[in-house]
Design a protein around this ligand. Sequence first.
Ligand code: C2E
Ligand code: MG
Ligand code: MG
Length: 350
Amino acid sequence: MVLPDLPDAQTAGKVAQKILERLSAPVELERREVYVTASVGITVYPSDTEDQDTLIRNADVAMYRAKEQGRANFQYFTPEMNRRTVHFLELESRLRHALERDEFLLQYQARADVASGHITGAEALLRWRPQGSERLVAPVEFIPLLEETGMIVPVGEWVLSTAFEQLKRWRSDGVPLVPVAVNVSPRQFQRQELVPAIRRLLSATGVAPGMIELEITEGLVMQDTDYSVAAMKELNALGVPLAIDDFGTGYSSLSYLKRFAIDRLKIDRSFIRDLTTDPDDAAIITAVIAMAHKLGLRVVAEGVETVAQKLFLQEYGCDEFQGNLFSPPVDLDRFEVLLATQTISRSPAG
Ligand code: C2E
Ligand code: MG
Ligand code: MG
């Protein structure tokens, strides 16, 4: 929309607000109520720029910011947004070469049995170290970008095959084996290639199906497309254990828990953090543990950092824990030392 002859820039916001309010009323379609939202980006002529193309680009950048802010709102363009966009574009073009330049690596974080303290498995976590840089890029910076651009599909395949190769190498080196959990993005799950790829890797490496676990999010199970339902059933049939990651943060319909053979719930770190001081978090955790056990699922607490948290989890019968208290994510060599020096216990699912 072009709004000529505005008295001032704020009026554009008032117009945007009106549009949002009008659109927020439900629309009836075939006797169903449908809701529409809008995200509005605003740029002001001539103070932002006098150039026509730049105006359109500014409005676009501001609109994307509105979407990031949870949609159904409006944002004015600011030069700072541009700097951020340029930063993202740079990051994106560097990420595009990261696979071929072999810049990705995996760190491993052990999880352990709450009662005995024995290692029961490990989670493979993706890391990116750009060439010529000593530092790792924070996962929150690049993983959402991989998701957004679809690059998570080939990178996710790399993660899977690297985890399989590692398990194979440990076996031939006689390293004590624990199951390795890999995070799978919904994007990967929607593609028909995931299950065939896993089947191929299982037979190519001779790794036992119970040794590789997949972590998926609640959002994914809730999408419930024909393909993801079929894929989960096939993974069940192959004997590949599935865990629900960040449990408690997604949509809360629990019906999927009985429809799919899920092996583990990983309670999100946000509930663990204030466990010992916030009675609500404590109540949620004890209820989740009780529910999961009734359904025959194992419970893993994520992000356990203190002894007090661990003692609480122990008292309420949580099965496994993962977090900096036991071990942060570490490089392969340090993880191998950990494996060599610790007792390993095979969990029922493995
Ligand atoms: P996640 O799967 O829930 O992984 C656990 C995250 O919690 C990791 O963050 C880990 O470093 C962090 N963490 C573990 N213990 C503690 C603790 O005691 N305190 C605190 N503060 N944090 C702890 P990270 O490595 O930054 O990964 C973030 C997310 O990125 C992961 O969350 C996962 O959703 C995603 N991710 C990581 N690797 C992959 C991958 O290969 N593929 C896909 N699709 N997603 C991945
Ligand atoms: Mg995970
Ligand atoms: Mg998690």
